[in-house]
Design a protein around this ligand. Structure first.
Ligand SMILES: [Ca+2]
Ligand SMILES: [Ca+2]
Ligand SMILES: [Ca+2]
Length: 712
């Protein structure tokens, strides 16, 4: 692979369109904010007094609940209308709170503006609707009969995805009709919301494949300043990034990087692998014989995965952004694209949510890359899936799309809580194909003509089915989103406690200015600026900022035993990091605790630490902040478990329902259910989901099984 070959050119008409933008130069006013609270803070649609007080303190003004969206977000009225800059500052302050999944301003104009754009992918049809019923309601015969009457056509229930049911109409209908059906179903008292199943397409604009340098990473004008980022954070240490896309193929530049993923394409014809969903996410090719856009296969998911995670410094091919990353390939797009039904399922599974009939995902993603899009503003079912992923601690990055249109008409880029990425060119201008508008958060390199300005990544020589690994040049917002996903992975590796809202703020707050004369200097067109991964990573303090008087409790992993170990003692940390470094590796995760009870909160409890040696086939440590539990182990397991210390560290503890005090995070405890009795303690919600999916037993107080609480 030392001299990569390049495939012949694939032209894309969209890429050649001139940029024609009716620039909304006038700044808008804002009278309302939209906020989704974390499900641990409040149930969907609820606005508890404590949350209201906290949000008002952050916003600096009274906030009145004006409405609730069907997916449970709160629309909060401001006492007076403010300008957009003030609203943006308010929203940034709200995002600081861990109670806030996402927050955004609602410009007054958007309340009256209506999308008047035709579907650029052409007319489409289908027979499926995604319907979320109110809690406790299932689509039994009576319910289906009532709903069928409502739309004047027979509806059947085909399956359940998370909280959402797939209902099918008797006959195929234009998507516009399905949208009308969905609207009608929302009039039923048992229906929380309904969406038509739209089609999704890769946001790629493949172009003439000539070898070029990776200006996107290192270019002085428009590159993402990756070398600075790598000096600060050379590797992401196995952090998982999901690529929800066309699947994956073997490539020497991805050796060791790819996790077993899953294939969620439910239509065997589009999947081209002879069956519906299956455990093999191999990209079977997306060529077509005139039914849809591309005649030759592009292997889009491989290209995207390569941008994020190609092996760097391995002597071949290209450098990926997030060295050491694990790519989770989630196949949802095949011949002629895919459906949001499959994308929805793939995205939920990627974040660790259990999907009926599919093995649980043992590697929930910290970052989910969605280099795909479909026409239509954000569907409620997709919004709810994004909210679920964010609630698991994942960051969701979406390509803006390549239609040279306002991004508000495209899903998932128009969804709340995603980082929506437009594409800029090698000279720093908005790429000719890139969507634009108020909903863009920032731009990243996506490539544009001339050929030296395209993006290079991994590909395959096959024009229909896969053949041999190679590299190609291409352009598209599909390739801008992975730049942001890679940068987010580097930030999370530096501080795993970062929330999605904090990453959005840092990544948009550290962008480079667009060049002088760029149309992107018009407000509300291209987001805050161009991605600067060096500045973004540099803005993250490694390991975060310890709360006053606390020390990090560092987590280690011992691979040969599949054991976890934690310690807050600085001398022991130094010992394990040096003398035992061949045995125990840092996982990169930690939480905070007190080492001196005199400076801890008065109600903090000491944590006992026990050890059971290899002589009794255990060789593992165990910790508890519950004195009764400590005494019970002492009395019941003499000669097995030995008390090493009654006070390894001090922590606040939850109440009887498992709720932690304000300004702390729950620490979850998991037991491996084996003779060797290892336990894991974590504040990380994606790790929590991973341990649940690996069938470790949750132990602790309350329905969420909380062991103790960690100050933040
Ligand atoms: Ca299949
Ligand atoms: Ca397959
Ligand atoms: Ca390489």
């Amino acid at each position: 692979m030392s001299s990569p070959t390049l495939r012949p050119a694939l032209a894309c008409a969209l890429a050649a369109l001139a940029l024609s933008i009716a620039a909304p130069a006038v700044a808008d006013t804002v009278g309302k904010l939209r906020v989704r609270l974390h499900p641990y803070t409040a149930a969907a649609g609820e606005f508890p007094v404590a949350a209201q007080a906290q949000l008002q303190a952050l916003a600096g003004v009274p906030l009145t609940l004006a409405a609730v969206t069907r997916t449970g977000a709160l629309e909060l009225a401001l006492p007076t209308t403010v300008d957009e800059a003030d609203a943006a500052a308010m929203v940034r302050r709200l995002r600081v709170s861990r109670s806030v999944l996402w927050a955004e301003a609602i410009p007054d104009a958007s309340l009256t503006r209506k999308a008047a754009v035709e579907d650029p992918f052409g007319p489409s049809s289908g027979k499926r609707l995604l319907v979320r019923f109110k809690d406790g309601v299932t689509p039994d015969a009576a319910t289906l009969a009532r709903l069928s009457t409502r739309i004047g056509m027979t509806l059947n229930a085909s399956r359940q995805i998370g909280n959402v049911w797939v209902l099918t109409t008797k006959t195929e209908q234009p998507t516009a009709t399905l949208a009308d059906f969905a609207q009608a179903l929302q009039g039923d008292a048992d229906v929380q919301y309904a969406d038509p199943v739209r089609r999704a397409f890769p946001s790629a604009a493949p172009n003439d494949p000539f070898w070029a340098s990776q200006w996107s990473l290192n270019g002085p004008t428009a590159g993402i300043n990756i070398e600075t980022a790598w000096q600060l954070q050379p590797s992401v240490g196995g952090l998982t990034v999901a690529v929800v896309d066309t699947g994956i193929l073997p490539h020497p530049d991805l050796d060791g990087r790819v996790l077993p993923g899953y294939d969620f394409i439910s239509d065997p014809d589009r999947a081209r692998d002879g069956d519906a969903r299956d455990p093999n996410p191999r990209d079977e090719g997306d060529w077509s014989d005139g039914e849809c856009g591309n005649s030759a296969s592009f292997f889009h998911g491989l290209f995207v995965a390569g941008l994020i995670g190609a092996n760097t410094n391995n002597g071949i091919g290209i450098a990926g952004i997030a060295n050491g990353v694990k790519i989770l390939p989630v196949r949802t797009l095949g011949k002629c694209g895919g459906t949001f039904e499959d994308v929805l399922e793939g995205m939920l599974w990627a974040s660790g949510v259990r999907i009926a009939g599919v093995p649980p995902n043992p590697n929930p993603a910290k970052v989910i890359n969605l280099s795909l899009g479909g026409f239509g503003s954000c569907d409620q079912s997709i919004q709810e899936a994004i909210d679920d992923a964010l609630a698991q601690g994942a960051v969701v990055v979406a390509a803006a799309g390549n239609e040279t249109l306002d991004v508000e008409n495209f899903t998932p880029a128009s969804c709340s809580g995603v980082i929506a990425v437009g594409a800029h060119s090698i000279t720093g201008g908005l790429a000719g194909y890139s969507n634009y508008g108020r909903r863009i958060d920032l731009t990243a390199p996506g490539g544009d003509l001339p050929r030296t300005g395209l993006m290079i990544s991994l590909a395959n020589t096959g024009t229909t089915v896969p053949e041999d690994p190679t590299y190609v040049l291409a352009e598209g917002t599909s390739f801008a989103a992975p730049m942001v996903s890679g940068a987010a992975a580097l930030m999370l590796a530096r501080d795993p406690m970062l929330t999605s809202g904090r990453i959005l703020d840092v990544i948009t707050g550290t962008t480079r200015y667009f060049p002088n004369g760029s149309q992107c200097n018009t407000p509300n067109l291209c987001g805050t600026g161009m991605l600067d991964a060096g500045a973004a990573v540099g803005s993250i303090i490694p390991g975060g900022t310890a709360p006053p008087n606390t020390y990090p409790v560092i987590e280690y992993y011992r691979a040969d035993l599949d054991h976890y170990f934690i310690t807050a003692d600085p001398a022991e940390v130094a010992y394990v990091d040096t003398v035992l470094s061949g045995i125990f590796k840092r996982t990169g995760l930690y939480f905070y605790a007190y080492l001196n009870p005199a400076v801890a909160p008065p109600d903090a409890k000491s944590v006992c630490r026990f050890y059971a040696s290899a002589n009794v086939q255990i060789n593992s440590h165990w910790y508890s902040a519950n004195l009764d539990e400590c005494i019970s182990v002492l009395l019941n397991w003499p000669g097995i478990w030995t008390l090493e210390t009654a006070s390894a560290f001090w922590v606040p503890v939850p109440d009887a329902k498992g709720n932690c005090p304000a300004n702390t995070l729950p620490v979850y405890r998991f037991f491996n259910n084996r003779r060797d009795a290892n336990h894991r303690y974590t504040v990380d919600l994606s790790v929590r989901r991973a341990m649940q999916n690996r069938a470790w037993a949750a132990e602790g107080t309350g329905p969420n099984s909380v062991a103790f609480c960690s100050p933040i």
